[in-house]
Design a protein around this ligand. Sequence first.
Ligand code: SF4
Length: 371
Amino acid sequence: MAGVYISWPFCAQKCTYCNFASGVEKPEIQAEYLGALCRHLSFQEWPFTPETIYIGGGTPSLLAPDKLARIVEQIPGYPWREFTMEAAPGSLQPQWVNEWVRLGVNRVSLGVQSFVEKELRQTGRRHSALTVVEDCDLLRQAGIGNFNLDLIAGLPFQTQESWEESLAWIERLQPPHVSVYMLEVDEDSRLGLEILGQGSRYGAGAVASEEAITANYERAALLLEALGTPRYEISNFARPGFRSTHNLKYWRGEPYLGFGVDAHSYDGAMRWGSPEQVSEYIAYVERGAPREIAAEAVRPLEERFLTGLRLDEGLIVDLETLPTTLRTRIETAITHKLLVWNGEYLRFTPRGILVSNEVFEGFLGADDLDS
Ligand code: SF4
C-alpha cells in the first residue's frame, strides 16, 4: 500500500551544507503555506488508504500540534502503520511529543549529523551531544522507541578522532535506526558557494577528503553491524524490525503521494512534483495543483535500477534478458567488482557502495532503458 509525504519547509536556521527547499520564514508566510498545504490535501481523491506518512522538510518538529492536526486529519488510514516526524535536536517538547503520539506519530527521525561541538557550530546547528541524549530519553518516555539518528560523514573539521566521538555516542544511545550520509557539497548550499569561491567561511577549507569521507562511512558501517544494526540500504542501518517502512516504498518502487514544496509523487508509471519555492507552491495550489505540469513518464528499467539497487538485498535480475547497453555496463561493473550477481540477485559489493553514484550515472547513460 502507498505512502504519503508531507513537506514542512521551514527551519530555525539555514544550515551551511543544506541544499533542500527549506529556509527561515515569517509566521505569516508559514500560515499561508499551511493553508495551501491543507487545500492541496483536500483536492486529493484517495485511490488507496495510506499505510505510512512521512513529514519532512525543513523542520516539521517546529510545527505546533494543532497545526499538524489540521494536516493529518485530512489523510485517511489513522492509525497509520508508520508515521515519521523529522525533528531537529533541541526542538522536542514533552507536551508536543505526547500530542504527536496522539495524532499517530510512532517514529521520529532526528537530524543529529554530529555529536561534536566544533563540527555542529560550523554547520549552523545549535544542539550539543547532551541535547540528543535528552531527546532520545524524551522519545522513549513518550513511547516512541522507533527513532532514527542521522549522521554526516565528512563535515568540515571532522577528523577520524572526532568521528569516533560521534560513533561512541551512537554506541551509548543504541538507536534502533541510523542513517549515515557521505557529505556531498552542493553548489546551491552556502558551504558549496564558499568552496567554489575559495573562501574559508563555514569551514570551507576544512572539508574532509573523499578518501577520509569514505573511510569514516566504512568505519560507521562496521561498527553499526557489530552493534546489531546492519545496513539495509546505502545510507540506512537498522535493527531487525526497525527498517523504515515508508522509505522502503521508494526503493521498492511502490506508489506514494507528496504534498508541499518540492514533494514528489509516483503512481507506478508517472512521476510528478510540486514547485520548489513556497510562493510558487501557493500559486500552484490556487490553480488546483495540476499534476500534468510536472508529470513525466518513468523509464521502468531505469527506475528499477536506481531505486532497487540501493537496497542490500539487491534486485532480482535476469542479465540475459536485459537490453544490450545496460547488460554490458552491468557486466563491466561486475568485472570491476563493484556489483555482484549470483544468477538471481544483483547487488553492490562493499566497494561498489562507496562509488554507487558513479555506477548509477553509468546506468543513466544507457540509451535502452525504456524497456
Ligand atoms: S539541513 Fe535540515 S534543519 Fe538544516 S536547513 Fe536543511 S532542512 Fe533545515
